[in-house]
Design a protein around this ligand. Structure first.
Ligand code: UFG
Length: 336
């Protein structure tokens, strides 16, 4: 029996592939390298000492996807092939809806055809929207999305709930990620956004290595202790481990399970910058600038449900996250 990992060469997919292999699972990876590199697959093998089958393809290519299901004994699926840049989604809504929503529907339809009904969905804290109070809890109503990217997460959550309503043999985990940062401690896997990064940690790292001059801290006048936005940053390896626990849960019984994957602790932008400088000894020049449109002042998870029901708790500190993010850059540079 194998777990199909779509987008398995990407940032979160590759870290989860490692944890799946470490947990003794067989996996099959699909990736089209639209936002990842082939070397990642070798690095997954290097870290785990294990092999897996790989298909270079778009996960929404129905014909090829059917072949993958025919050639392998797949019993569950994790999908990391979604597009994830909030800003880009506002400029390319059609591309986001086609890849994230239509693609997911092709995947679900194919799963149904091959009687595979266990699915772990990479959702996001963004589904809580601006309406809900913090900390966010899983039983709060879904809010309003602030971008097409966010809408795709809300839509797919609803689609999966409807699928389960129609067929109780499905077992689905909706994992609402908070802000994953950090890298595998080996330095062999990490986040490599193309062009100028939109997210905080990739930007900090580029400033620290001199590729970018300074960090713009978007807004210093929020109603938070230091005036900068607060987020729940969690280490990507902790996040990846959460997927293994969720998969175990799906194997216990059918249903739709919703979990926040966060630490439950909020840190400000300046907390992250200062911790990064302390953990790495690198300087990160920054300047407080205008607020970024669409940013919420503060949100973090109530992470108690995942701990109670999955036995999952984020273990790594903000310092670990900063150190490992930097280590990845150092190793990448050394390896050319
Ligand atoms: N920030 C800066 N400067 C930068 C980049 C970011 O100050 O150059 C700040 C942002 O204003 C925000 C914080 O750093 O306060 C975190 O920003 P990110 O872009 O790293 O993350 P977001 O919280 O905006 O977005 C993340 C994920 C999305 C997800 C969203 C949930 O990237 O996938 O959380 O709302 F949808």
């Amino acid at each position: 029996m194998s777990v199909l990992v779509t987008g398995g060469a990407g940032y979160i997919g590759s870290h989860t592939a490692v944890e799946l292999l470490n947990a003794g699972k067989d996996i099959v990876i699909i990736d089209d390298f639209s936002n990842s590199k082939p070397e990642v697959l070798e690095n997954i093998k290097k870290i785990t000492g294990k092999d897996f089958k790989f298909y270079e393809m778009d996960y929404a290519d129905r014909e090829k996807l059917e072949k993958v299901f025919e050639e392998n004994n797949i019993d569950s699926v994790m999908n990391f092939a979604g597009f994830k840049a909030v800003g880009e989604s506002t400029k390319k809504p059609i591309e986001y809806y086609i890849n994230n929503v239509s693609g997911a529907l092709v995947l679900f339809d194919t799963m149904r055809k091959y009687n595979v009904k266990k699915f772990v969905f990479s959702s996001s804290a963004t589904v809580y929207g601006p309406e809900n109070p913090i900390p966010y809890k899983e039983d709060m109503p879904v809010g309003t999305a602030s971008s097409p990217y966010g809408s795709t997460k809300i839509f797919i959550e609803q689609i999966l709930k409807d699928i389960y309503k129609a067929d109780n043999e499905w077992s689905v985990a909706l994992l609402r990620y908070f802000n994953p940062i950090g890298s595998h401690e080996s330095g062999l896997l990490g986040e490599e956004p193309q062009g100028i990064p939109n997210n905080l940690m990739p930007y900090i790292v580029r400033v620290a290595c001199g590729q970018l001059k300074e960090l713009s801290v978007f807004g210093g006048d929020y109603d938070t202790p230091d005036g900068t936005c607060i987020r729940d940053y969690l280490h990507v390896v902790d996040l990846a481990k959460g997927h293994i626990k969720a998969l175990d849960k799906l194997n216990e019984g059918n249903g739709v399970y919703i979990y926040n994957l966060g630490t439950g602790v909020g840190y400000s932008v300046l907390d992250v910058v200062n911790t990064f400088m302390k953990a790495t000894g690198k300087d990160v020049p920054y300047r407080i600038t205008e607020r970024r449109a669409g940013d919420l002042p503060a949100f973090y998870a109530d992470a108690t449900k995942a701990e109670k029901e999955l036995g999952w708790k984020a273990e790594k500190s903000l310092e670990d996250m900063c150190r490992d993010s930097w280590h990845y850059i150092e190793v990448s540079r050394k390896n050319g």
